[in-house]
Design a protein around this ligand. Structure first.
Ligand code: ATP
Length: 511
């Protein structure tokens, strides 16, 4: 990641994404719609590559995982049985003065205590520096009110922990004044819709808030195909929808996003902790294999007392985003909760028969669940670099490079004729383009000076550039005829290679 690891870096990434056609605000010509994003020409390629890599590694290259694509709208009873209708909520707080809404667990407050006495409260929104910011505010509060005495350390708590008598005293993050925040109340994040012509209670359905329930609901159907034996997994990639109270941090928290989830079913007496560890390690290795820096990754084990009653353990793989260390991939050991719930609610048995042990049981499950968009953002943050490179005249200038792993780079190779007004160069370059195109994404560019064309490709992460020049045409002697310059993005090193060798050199490096 670039040195300017901060809000500055985030601004640069957002601006690059817009300028170069990775990501746009949805419905921008109408002022945009909060929490929804569009992926432009390069964004769709990058997304598709992430998805394809995951699918290949998770499903196609394994004997023990099969794929599924279930519908986005499912029977409403699915979401009752799964607990989402009753409990898929975030705590919401309204500011009655500004009319802004907040997630209660993203508001942090502390009493201001001077000489052992509480003299007021201060508030900040979730950030990397909650305690420091609260202390700064407490110092300002004491100074402004001209209170004498010793300021005691702040005691940060989130708003869900506020006592009823404290709520009227805690300042709103919107106005800075106390008295306008409501007590937190549960807000269900599922999007509702109606199925069919009637718009009454009986027609209510939900856009799925996760893909996972498809795997539980279709568990029996997949078992009956006879292709699978425990332990085995069912994987799915698809859109999920959550009416997030405060979508933010670009594509990190959106209302429409894409998930890649896998449910790994194991025997009820198997060592769940071993499998949990196995999948945490697998996910971490996979993130590194698509170019995410290992040093930006960490693990967070959820505290036992905060887990749902059925959960045996949840570990999140965290990524150091410019706006803080945040969850990227959650790996949960969910016991037999989901299958048991659906079995009870539907009346259908969700059991597995082990014909060696002659035993029937409800399998337990390990669930690695990740968002494509969060991976994409982590990849961009890992890959964004500003370095120094010589311009056309040899003067050093700042170069922006996306050091994307060739596996996931939207364009694998750019092909440039040195000059666009020399038909022989153009013809040769188009031949090279057509030679490579069946095997990889190729971008052909003949506009502007060659240095500028290299920079444009560096900025969108194209790992290789091929230039067709007069040597290619044999003007400097027959030994260089039909050779091209192959430039590598990160080192900017150039080597002379034969056109007939190009495919053999590039293919193993981009796959
Ligand atoms: P968070 O605590 O950040 O809201 P979560 O714990 O609710 O996330 P899960 O329900 O475990 O998330 O979802 C699995 C994965 O789906 C997350 O690890 C994340 O990568 C992705 N994800 C969840 N919510 C969103 C969202 N609103 N926007 C983008 N990706 C999301």
């Amino acid at each position: 990641m670039a040195e300017s690891n901060s809000a500055d870096l985030m601004d640069k990434i957002v601006s690059l994404c817009k300028r170069r056609g990775f990501i746009f605000q949805s419905s921008e010509i109408y002022g945009g719609i909060n929490g929804f994003w569009d992926y432009g020409p390069l964004g769709v390629e990058l997304r598709k590559n992430i998805r394809d890599c995951w699918w290949n590694d998770m499903v196609r290259r394994r004997d023990d995982v099969v794929g599924l694509e279930s519908s986005i709208i499912m029977h409403p009873k699915v979401w009752e049985a799964s607990g989402h209708v009753g409990g898929f909520t975030d705590p919401m707080v309204d500011c009655k003065v500004s009319k802004q809404r907040f997630r209660a667990d993203q508001i942090f407050f502390s009493p201001v205590i001077v000489d052992g006495k509480t003299v007021g409260y201060v508030t900040v929104l979730e950030s990397e520096r909650i305690a420091e910011e609260l202390l700064e505010k407490a110092e300002t509060f004491k100074r402004k009110k001209a209170i004498q005495g010793k300021l005691e350390p702040v005691q940060p708590k989130d708003f869900t922990e506020a006592k009823a008598e404290e709520i009227p005293l805690i300042p709103s993050p919107a106005t800075g004044e106390p008295g306008s925040l409501t007590p937190p109340r549960a807000f269900n994040m599922m999007f509702e819709t109606y199925v069919g012509a009637l718009r009454d209670e009986s027609a209510v359905a939900y856009l799925r808030p996760e893909t996972a329930q498809g795997m539980f609901v279709d568990f029996k159907a997949i078992l009956d195909t006879g292709r699978v034996k425990i332990p085995f997994g069912i994987a799915q990639v698809g859109k999920s929808f959550r009416n997030e109270i405060t979508p933010r941090n670009f594509i990190f928290r959106s209302r429409e996003f894409e998930q890649m989830e896998m449910e790994y079913f194991i025997a009820d007496d198997d060592d769940w902790a071993k499998w949990h560890r196995y999948w945490i390690d697998w996910c971490r290795e996979w993130l590194i294999s698509v170019g995410i820096s290992a040093e930006l990754l960490s693990e967070y084990d959820h505290a036992k007392e905060k887990l749902a009653f059925y959960s045996k353990g949840t570990t999140d793989i965290m990524f150091k985003y410019p706006f803080g260390v945040q969850e990227l991939w959650g790996i949960a050991a969910r016991g037999d909760y989901d299958l048991t719930q659906h079995s009870k609610a539907s009346g259908q048995p969700m059991e597995y028969f082990d014909d060696v042990k002659k035993k029937r049981f409800v399998p337990h499950v390990i669930e690695p669940a990740v968002g494509v968009d969060r991976i994409l953002l982590a990849i961009l943050c890992s890959a964004y670099v500003e370095d120094q490179a010589p311009d056309e005249k040899g003067k050093m200038e700042t170069r922006t490079v996306l050091k994307l792993h060739p596996r996931i780079a939207p364009i694998k190779v750019a092909v440039f004729p040195l000059l666009k007004n020399k038909p022989e160069l153009v013809k040769k370059a188009q031949e090279v383009r057509d030679l490579l195109r069946p095997y990889m994404t190729v971008f052909y560019d003949e506009a502007s000076a060659i240095g500028r064309r290299y920079r444009r490709q560096d900025e969108v992460g194209t790992p290789f550039g091929v230039t067709i020049d007069f040597d290619t045409l044999g003007e400097k002697g027959p030994e260089l005829a039909d050779t091209v310059t192959l430039r590598e993005r990160d080192t900017m090193k150039q080597e002379r290679v034969k056109i007939s060798d190009l495919l053999g050199i590039l293919l193993p490096r981009v796959r």
